[in-house]
Design a protein around this ligand. Structure first.
Ligand SMILES: [Zn+2]
Length: 379
């Protein structure tokens, strides 16, 4: 009897230890990355090489096809439907971002993408230049360390990791954004949610997160699902390669467009005409501490925004609109980004110029650091 009880106790212990081991194995532990606003004597300007004479490519990396049948939205769209609609809208790059699945497009300029995440609070990530799918996720509301772990796993398998619609449904809190690292892009513009305020939290904490805009289209037959939020990417080459696209996005030589008002509800043909007629960025230069932004057409006003999302300057013209504006960079400025409102209320969101210690080099995203306990379980 006594021996039996001993064996039973040993089994309970072994079971508890195994459960504890599995629990710890499931709980990634990372140190929070301290806030460290951009600093240094130089300015990194993502548009330094975007000179007149190049082209701006229209891109969308967020559209769902019917890959998952009736399980998710996106059930009405075939890959062919998506490509056809975006072709009609004059897009150069169409990435299909099915959940947990890299979908081929057959396009000459093929960018493999997918959307990662099947948790209840929509803590989602985009994988651009995806080589492989990371099949795990944490279903319940995630800890900051679990979010960090997924980002790190995706970074091993992709050219670029995006925080998708980060402010939507609290997918990422402000505290998360101050402490997370290791991703490349921030989907500031998404049809479901604009995460501009949260982007400033990331930038103010010293995370050089570049902007992405995407439709998150689930039904390309619905006018309001298309060409609402897009990214335009600079190229000065006739032949565009995936590597050039990844570099431009990583370096920030791209900007976002939030299409609003009547154009957001217009037909494909009307939207194509609206996009074709829309002013483009001519240049964004820093000359003697002056940040000068010029467009090919007229804007209603230019907003210069800095540390903690503060509006530093608003330049407008009560007459016919203006095609250029400038702002004197101040010693206390850590980053400055420009948002341009066009007369029809459409907005262009430029990537920030950032202070840096190394001339012409973008500030680095800090490395994530595991806590000691987690290093035992996660090699
Ligand atoms: Zn999503």
């Amino acid at each position: 009897m006594c021996k039996k009880r001993k064996t039973f106790r040993s089994l309970i212990w072994a079971g508890s230890l195994s459960a504890l081991f599995l629990l710890i194995r499931m709980l990634p532990l990372y140190k929070p990355v301290p806030e460290d606003p951009f600093s240094g004597p130089h300015w990194y300007n993502p548009y330094e090489h975007a000179v007149p004479g190049g082209r701006w490519l229209r891109a969308n990396f967020h559209a769902h096809s019917n890959a998952w049948g009736i399980v998710t939205n996106g059930r009405k769209n075939t890959v062919g439907d998506i490509l056809c609609k975006y072709d009609s809208l004059g897009y150069d790059i169409v990435g299909i971002s099915d959940y947990q699945h890299i979908t081929q497009t057959g396009k000459e300029l093929y960018i493999p993408c997918y959307e990662h995440g099947f948790n209840i609070l929509k803590t989602h990530q985009g994988s651009i230049g995806a080589r492989d799918v990371y099949h795990n996720d944490y279903i319940l509301p995630q800890t900051r360390s679990q979010k960090q772990h997924v980002i790190n796993r995706l970074a091993r398998r992709s050219e670029l990791v995006v925080l998708n619609h980060p402010d939507w449904m609290g997918g990422y809190s402000q505290k998360d954004i101050r402490q997370l690292t290791g991703y490349d892009l921030f989907e500031v513009l998404n049809d479901f949610w604009i995460s501009e305020e949260l982007w400033d939290v990331a930038l103010s904490a010293g995370k050089p997160a570049m902007l992405l805009g995407g439709d998150d289209a689930h039904n390309v037959f619905k006018q309001t699902d298309l060409a609402r939020d897009l990214t335009v990417i600079y190229t000065n080459s006739d032949t565009v390669t995936p590597a050039a696209v990844y570099n431009a996005l990583r370096n920030g030589t791209a900007y976002g467009i939030e299409v609003t008002g009547n154009l957001a509800r217009a037909t494909v043909t009307e939207k194509r005409a609206g996009l074709d007629a829309m002013p483009l960025l001519t240049s964004c230069k820093i000359i003697h501490d002056s940040l000068i932004v010029t467009l090919t057409g007229k804007a209603d006003h230019f907003s210069f925004i800095g540390q903690n999302g503060r509006l530093l300057s608003k330049v407008s013209d009560t007459g016919n609109g203006l095609s250029s504006a400038h702002y004197m960079l101040q010693p206390e400025d850590t980053y400055v980004r420009v948002r341009i409102s066009l007369p029809d209320s459409t907005r262009l969101y430029l990537n920030p110029v950032m202070r840096t210690g190394r001339e012409r080099e973008k500030p680095l995203m800090p490395a994530s650091q595991k806590r000691w306990l987690f290093t035992i379980f996660d090699k």
